[in-house]
Design a protein around this ligand. Sequence first.
Ligand code: ADP
Ligand code: ZN
Length: 518
Amino acid sequence: MDLTAAQHVLKQVFGYDAFRPGQQAVIEHVLAGENSLAIMPTGGGKSLCYQIPAMLFDGITVVVSPLISLMKDQVDALNDSGIPATFINSSLEWPDIQERLAALHNGEYKLLYIAPERLDSAAFIQSLASLPIDLLAVDEAHCISQWGHDFRPSYLALSTAIEQLPTHPQVLALTATATEQVATDIRQQLRIDAANEVNTGFARDNLNLTVVKDQDTDRYILDYLKVNAGEAGIIYASTRKEVDRVTKLLQRHHIDVAPYHAGLAEEVRRQNQEDFLYDRVQVMVATNAFGMGIDKSNVRFVIHAQVPGTLEAYYQEAGRAGRDGLPSEAILLYRASDLQIQRFFIDQSEMDEEHRQRAYRKLQVMNRYANTQGCLQQFILHYFGEESAPCGRCSNCLDDREAQDVTTDAQKILSCVIRLRSRYGKAVVAQVLTGAHNQRVLEQHLDDVATYGIMRGQRQKAVGELIDFLTAAGYLASVGGQYPTLKVTAAGGAVLKGETQVFRKMARQVKRLAPEDD
Ligand code: ADP
Ligand code: ZN
């Protein structure tokens, strides 16, 4: 099968003139009968990578997708474009399922969408076994990896299911977020050759990244919405309570908003989601329960009112802005105190100890992102294993504040870390430097350490912020998960020896904000 046929389907069925980056390469691998992995940013056009081959293959393409709430919409949209597709998930009664399976047998559908949980049932796999399945498309494939941020045990059943299907369908795994480790894991579990990985890179050139530190969240959001009136956007918060609070705040200011979180009734959630999708409300205020797979192309901004738990989750959520390729904004409102909420989530979760420590380390990466003064896009791409030049668009690239020489204070902090033999974390280091008299310091005789009190007169919080900055800039490393300790890196060593100077752009005076004017 050749590419001309694929191009024909692209034009005739989907109405597009040209492939987007990566689509052609992926489709070539799939049409050549190879197991493949597609890594493309959100909005990159992953769906066509299996929908087009599905139209060209004789048999059926099964799409495994965790987005049960969207399956019906996706399938309806395909049917509207004349593509025979159906879905089977837990929302259906058994007779309904039987009916759809029978229709599949009769060759009435080219695409079948299923939830991964279906594969936990041996009976269901049996019922698939008699179908002519050519291709298994695994959406959100990072869910198969325990190294990822959204591991789902049901995905582990995939490889067994493939073996049990007599047609041994080929696999196309798709994801928008995969570190090298996760990509390797996906390839191993689904038997994909490294040569069949298509990675278009993670850069989203139309997304402007911004970090706003220590500002009044409500005021910021209200001002932002005033300037961007009429634009569609998502505001993420970490808790249901905060979502409800922000929703009410915005409603009081006559902004068209709807809330979305797992505490709302199913119908309410569905209604709000639809209202947002069809532009009946302008802004969605949501927890991370909202968004996976949302295909709303004209989202102009995503604001995180509170810091999320991982950089992967952040980039995925932020990436819901600008799927249409037009300039869009991803704004993180950062306060160090919000990290506490994420720590609480980690503590409350039922993860085993290893995963818990990993979750803490991921949170530290998120914290470094918020505190770096380097290019934000570069930071994210580097995390995903991609090297790049500064983007020139993010809030750090555009930050024109004068940088100040903080070498002396940096040296004080670095030498204190060494005096404390890399055994303590940020809080204790800041306490020792500022000469605190608390119980821990006194009991452990830290007041005898040579650097004790050498930053007396500075606020502990300010010293803590400088430590965060030095960590984000790579002069200090934070080691360990839940209770990380600080260590001086090679770059930090050069600062101590006077070989490098450290420059830091200092926070502007935060405006004292007027009380809310309702
Ligand atoms: P994702 O990679 O996030 O799954 P989708 O497959 O949902 O992205 O595609 C995002 C949007 O881009 C959709 O609205 C889709 O119709 C559109 N799209 C996909 N491929 C093309 C193309 N070759 N030309 C124009 N638009 C496309
Ligand atoms: Zn930048």
